[in-house]
Design a protein around this ligand. Structure first.
Ligand code: ASP
Length: 415
């Protein structure tokens, strides 16, 4: 018997039927008909049916006249893994044919060109990957794509979305999409997210956005601005939320009706530009009771050019950190303060420590998410002289800063 065969296994008197999966231990792994895998030590295994190599034959992908051209760039993560329902194997292979075969409704919306840029889990994504990905997106748009879809792991998708928001000026939609549950699980969000994301890729929303489930039901996806979004739950399918901003739009499922919820840049408004340089010597530090100020000194001593502090409340650190902030700013390091509250805006003019921090040279990060402030600092220091970068930190460049702080944007979001 080999992987992919359909077998019957008997374990402690219970009979299990399923597909034989790869296994590295003494356990036999079976993919059951409900999509879940089990590992058992059976007393007996019987072959029911050999796998059919014939199903590996590919159909020819038909391109339809008049449909928009969407480029799919795959970077890896759960959404980009293709599960062969017959063998149970998960492979990173992901081309236009795979996608349209797996989700035929996508073929009604666009013609696809697909390429694999990386095949990595997004926790392995580094700033150097953002640079390569931004260049790949630029090439696709420059080559005539009407929209770009990026399949990405969910863990660091918001960082990549923020990086692309700053690096690219785009005249067409650039949509990041992921999945919290893989395609072999009955509760998978892969297909619905991909379909809603395709709807956005052919829409008028010419921004970098993230499209993921809006609720735990399969009823709609939300379209989040790339520099205002965060993964707020480890496993829920509606883990992604806009923070200090309303989502740009929603897409109903299965109708795929797009409802615009806030203003956005329209198709063709911006000229395509790529500014991909980054200063990687930037860090994000969290202030906690008991955290030593040497954390700041550590980065300054190593030549870092920018530091974002995730402070408490309105944007504070304990007073023992202030001399190290002062030292950092005197050495030309940009120090930006954000809040670990995530919701709301920092204001260092209210309490004593805040005022001392301002005197020490700290820059208020307005209502930016700490990680967005980090990516913005990398980008500003990579593209502008430090004084200009200092001025631009507090200016809204890509929708990362909202003018007003509005209470009703509080999590969970109403629709
Ligand atoms: N850890 C995975 C990743 O971010 C999870 C996912 O794909 O959603 O790549």
């Amino acid at each position: 018997m080999e992987e992919g065969d359909r077998v019957k296994a008997v374990c402690r008197g219970v009979v299990y039927e399923g597909i034989l999966m790869p296994s590295t231990s003494e356990y036999v792994v079976l993919k059951l008909d409900n999509g879940y895998n089990i590992g058992i030590r059976p007393e007996r295994v019987e072959l029911l049916e050999k796998r059919h190599p014939a199903s590996e034959e590919r159909r020819v992908l038909v391109r339809r006249e008049g449909l928009p051209e969407v480029s799919i760039l795959s970077t890896g993560g759960t959404i980009a893994s293709k599960v062969d329902y017959r063998t149970g194997a998960v492979s990173p292979k992901f081309d236009a044919q795979d996608i349209v075969e797996a989700i035929p409704e996508m073929g009604e919306l666009a013609n696809f060109n697909a390429r694999v840029v990386f095949s990595i889990l997004s926790e392995n994504m580094q700033p150097s990957h953002w640079v390569k990905l931004a260049s790949a997106v630029y090439e696709e748009i420059d080559g005539g794509a009407d929209g770009v879809l990026i399949a990405h792991g969910t863990d660091t998708m918001a960082y990549t979305a923020a990086a692309l928001s700053f690096m690219l000026c785009t005249p067409v939609p650039v949509v990041l999409v992921g999945a919290q549950r893989s395609a072999d699980r009955p509760s998978s969000d892969s297909a619905m997210n991909a379909l809603c994301a395709t709807r956005v890729a052919v829409s008028d929303i010419a921004e970098v956005s993230v499209v993921m489930h809006g609720t735990t039901s399969d009823d709609h996806c939300l379209v989040h601005r790339g520099c205002k979004v965060r993964k707020m739950h480890t496993s829920r399918r509606d883990a992604f939320r806009s923070i200090n901003a309303f989502p740009i739009a929603s897409v109903s499922y299965p109708e795929l009706e797009l409802k615009v919820l806030s203003s956005h840049r329209r198709r063709g408004e911006a000229k395509l530009e790529l500014h991909e340089r980054l200063e990687e010597r930037c860090a994000l530090i969290k202030y906690t009771p008991g955290a030593p100020s040497e954390l700041l000194d550590f980065y300054v001593d190593r030549g870092y050019r920018g530091i974002v502090i995730e402070g408490t409340g309105l944007g504070h650190v304990g007073s023992h950190w202030i001399p190290s902030i002062q030292r950092a700013t005197e050495e030309g390091v940009l120090v930006v303060i954000t809040s670990q509250c995530l919701f709301g805006r920092v204001c260092d003019r209210v309490y004593d420590n805040g005022r001392d921090m301002l005197r020490a040279g700290v820059i208020e990060g307005e209502d930016m998410l700490p990680e967005v402030a980090l990516v913005k600092l990398m980008w500003l220091l990579g593209n502008y002289p430090p004084e200009e970068a200092r001025r631009l930190v507090r200016m809204n460049l890509r929708g990362e800063i909202e003018e007003e702080t509005r209470g009703e944007w509080y999590f969970p979001q109403p629709l």
